[in-house]
Design a protein around this ligand. Structure first.
Ligand code: CP
Ligand code: NVA
Length: 318
């Protein structure tokens, strides 16, 4: 295989709308092959290094299982069991790890850490969640949305089908909210954002403009009005545990309830990146109810990341 220039996936806007159109169709092909037990060994002999500085269930399992399904292998590192936890500089870790592996996934705290790693890496680096962004999750959410509401007559997914739709974001102005905004700006849909005061999205951090593609609502019920998709996330993200008690009080009205879902379109979907806390950010009857697509959303992480690793290492495939 000819080498492709090294590119990283550190935030959603690192790829163009045209690249997403390719990737979304590719994910559909990769998923179909998985579901019909067809081998898809495009990354034989390639190794993924995964570095976790925060906990994970979905990200770890989906990257690890996905890489094996592509014919490659995986090295799993955490802060606690590597020299990263004993203050070896990020730059040195990047130089070493990227000389022995073909691609790296990192879950860490500040975005600047992953940027520093990427700047010293010989191989592509993927953001598996930072304080600021969670691009793999949003790509999985978009794919899931298309599977449910963006199919062509032949059953394939139409990447253009999200144009003009509306997402309601109910909750914290966090990594997921920031990434939804980047996706909306790039792919032409709208986000209604409702956060408690003091937890707003900062467009500077989110890396987005102030255009019409997002609108702020004080009342979460109003944010949900007419939405095609309602989504939320934990009230306390990893790294903010010390604020938990304060957040429980501030976020009490930002629980996605059946009443909120009733404000949205009758066929609106509910999404949550998980892990979920029933009775906090969402009621059990919503997340376990008929509009919720959270299990497909979680599974799709794997199909999405297979396509992403393939794209970063091999470029576009016919
Ligand atoms: N949604 C998500 O990234 O889950 P994990 O924290 O379990 O990886
Ligand atoms: N916003 C959450 C997402 C977890 C997948 C966090 O950063 O902890």
């Amino acid at each position: 295989t000819p080498p492709v220039p090294v590119r990283h996936y550190l935030q959603f806007k690192d790829f163009s709308a045209d690249e997403y159109a390719y990737l979304l169709e590719r994910i559909w092909l990769i998923k179909r092959k998985f579901k019909t037990y067809q081998k898809h060994h495009t990354l034989t002999d390639r190794t993924l290094a995964m570095i976790f500085e925060k906990a994970s269930t979905r990200t770890r399992v989906s990257f690890e299982a996905g890489m094996y399904q592509l014919g490659g292998s995986v090295v799993h590192l955490t802060t606690g069991d590597s020299q990263l936890g004993r203050s070896e500089p990020i730059e040195d870790s990047a130089r070493v790890i990227s000389r022995m592996t073909d691609i790296v996934m990192i879950r860490t705290f500040g975005q600047e850490k992953i940027e520093r790693f990427a700047a010293h890496s010989r191989v592509p680096v993927i953001n598996g969640l930072t304080n600021e962004f969670h691009p793999c999750q949003i790509l999985a959410d978009l794919f899931t949305w298309l599977e449910y509401r963006g199919r062509r007559a032949d059953g394939s997914i139409d990447p253009q089908a999200l144009r003009g739709k509306t997402v309601a974001w109910v909750g914290d102005g966090n990594n997921m909210a920031n990434t939804w905004l980047q996706a909306a700006e790039l792919l032409g849909f709208k986000v209604h954002v409702s956060t408690p005061s003091g937890y707003e999205v900062d467009p500077q951090v989110a890396g987005v403009g102030q255009g019409e593609f997002w609108q702020v609502f004080d009342d979460p019920m109003e944010a949900c009005r007419g939405a095609d998709l309602v989504t939320t996330d934990v009230w306390t993200s990893m790294g903010w545990e010390a604020e938990n008690e304060k957040r429980m009080k501030a976020f009490a009205a930002w629980c996605v309830t059946p009443e909120m879902m009733a404000m949205a379109q009758p066929d609106a979907l509910f999404m949550h990146c998980l892990p979920a806390h029933r009775g906090e950010e969402v009621t059990a009857d919503v997340i376990d109810g008929p509009q919720s697509v959270v299990w497909d959303e979680a599974e799709n992480r794997m199909h999405v990341q297979k396509a992403l690793m393939e794209y970063l290492l091999l470029g576009r495939l016919a």
